[in-house]
Design a protein around this ligand. Structure first.
Ligand code: UD1
Ligand code: CA
Length: 462
């Protein structure tokens, strides 16, 4: 039976009223990625024929969130115009599945589910036409409970609102993730009605029907209960975010990354970090980002879509976005590297320096209070404190080219477009508007004068 084609149905049509939000629940994020996308990512690992996503509430917004999703061709959007329950939602998707198949049903609000667990469920279809994912929780409040007979066989799922006191005491819950044989599922669903507390067609009623027909029902558990944590409210969203972050930090620690406090670091998206890198507190790293080995990242840094090579030192309060940093660089504290920044090995960027679309070659230094934008800076060049590349004339951006071994004195303005050749020296306080030749000294400030017999103005006597 496990050889049958696999189709995955993801339920994502509900409003998520308990979120109290104008945004559809499934687009709320864990680690910057919508809940639904986490589920689709895991589903894809199983290489299904198709992923049928049932959308309804806010469907345009939901579909739009996937417009650049890499495996979009595997997704079939199915509309559920009225949210009449989880069973009704699944019924909307089944006509898109032809022939015999295993149907794995996921809910978009259970985002931490692992592909490995789903794989085990599909494998269990070899011996059972219905496989549930259940968990034993100390606090099962609000969830469907698993009922069993005296041989311990699963007999059904009772929703909390329908459950009597005995059933409410059951700690084994329905994760909402169910795998079923397509043909059997068709039959069971056709018998589900909405005579219950919520006047909804419950998918969970299928289990009782399958039991009544004498089918063996398998119930698997995830290795970690975090996998089946559902999100109905913002409180649960925050709890699941922490579980997710703890798991990511643990995985990185197992690969040799040190976190001074793993509960005070956030990792979002595709992030790789090398061995013996040390990450201090309040650091946010957003993918796609690759950080090498023996890198030190001090407190309060935000690193997005960047690469950082080995032995780099990122000092506190540094913001790095879409930049590429060579080995052994020293950046910050309080530096801001904006998109298009490329630092060669051993470059030094100091406090209150902003760079944008700037390439700095090996060993260049910009140590204090500067703006380097739309510029190239040659190797071993020293840019003094308070130097500004004036790249914008009010209409267009222009480029500043600085050669190698240049010394730019403090408080200079380099008015682009302008080129400063290798070995040149720029006197402090200069405004450079013309190109400077190799090894030349350029200085544009007025000569200092001293005025004798000058008196500082005195306050008028009234
Ligand atoms: C559901 C299960 C419950 C289980 C829990 C696990 C049912 C009846 N109950 O309850 O047994 O313990 O999940 O988290 O299945 N949806 C639709 N269309 C609808 C209704 C819901 O697409 O008409 C989608 C929602 O967007 C959501 C999912 O189905 O992604 C589950 O719906 P939700 O209302 O959250 O169900 P729960 O009350 O959590
Ligand atoms: Ca739910």
């Amino acid at each position: 039976m496990s050889q049958k084609p696999l189709h995955i149905v993801i339920l994502a049509a509900g409003k998520g009223s308990r979120m109290r939000s104008d945004t559809p629940k499934v687009l709320h994020c864990i680690a910057n990625t919508p809940l639904l996308m986490h589920v689709v990512d895991s589903a894809l690992v199983l290489q299904p024929e198709k992923i049928h996503i049932v959308v309804g509430h806010g469907k345009e917004q939901v579909i739009d969130a996937f417009k650049t999703y890499p495996s979009i061709e595997l997704i079939n959007w199915v509309e559920q115009t009225e949210q009449l329950g989880t069973g009704h939602a699944v019924s909307q998707a089944l006509p898109s599945i032809s022939g015999s198949a295993n149907v794995l049903m996921l809910t978009a609000d259970v985002p931490l589910i692992k592909a490995r667990t789903l794989r085990a469920m599909v494998d269990a279809m070899a011996t059972s036409p219905l496989v549930l994912l259940t968990a034993i929780l100390s606090d099962p409040d609000g969830l469907g409970r698993i009922t069993r007979d005296d041989t311990n066989a699963v007999t059904g799922i009772v929703e909390q609102k329908e459950a009597n006191a005995n059933e409410q005491a059951i700690k084994e819950i329905n994760s909402g993730i169910i795998c079923a044989d397509k043909e059997s599922l068709d039959g069971w669903l056709s018998k589900v009605n909405n005579s219950n507390a919520q006047k909804e067609f419950y998918l969970t009623d299928v289990i009782g029907l399958a039991y009544a027909d004498g089918n063996p029902i398998a119930a698997l558990h995830p290795t970690d209960n975090a996998e089946v944590m559902g999100i109905n409210s913002r409180v649960q969203l925050a709890e699941v975010e922490r579980l997710y972050q703890r798991a990511r930090a643990r995985a990185l620690m197992e690969q040799g990354v040190t976190f001074i406090d793993p509960s005070r670091v956030d990792i979002r998206g595709d992030v790789q970090i090398g061995q013996d890198t040390v990450i201090d507190i309040n650091v946010v790293i957003q993918g796609p980002t690759r950080i090498g080995s023996f890198v030190n990242i001090a407190p309060n840094c935000v690193i997005t879509a960047s690469t950082i090579e080995d032995n780099a030192n990122i000092h506190p309060n540094t913001v790095i976005d879409s930049a590429s940093l060579g080995a052994g660089v020293n950046v910050g504290p309080f530096a801001r590297l904006r998109p298009g920044t490329v630092l060669g090995d051993n470059v030094r960027i100091g406090n209150f320096v902003e760079t944008k679309n700037a390439q700095l070659d090996v060993g260049a230094k910009v140590n204090h209070l500067s703006y380097v934008g739309d510029a190239t800076v040659g190797s071993n060049t020293n840019v003094g404190a308070g130097v500004i590349t004036c790249n914008y004339d009010g209409a267009n951006k222009h480029k500043t080219t600085i050669g190698k071994d240049v010394f730019v004195g403090s408080d200079c303005q380099l008015v682009a477009p302008v080129t400063i050749a290798d070995g040149a020296t720029i006197g402090a306080g200069s405004t450079i508007t013309a190109n400077v030749g190799e090894n030349k000294l350029a200085i544009s400030r007025t000569k200092q004068r001293q005025i004798d017999g000058w008196h500082r103005p005195a306050k008028n006597k009234t």
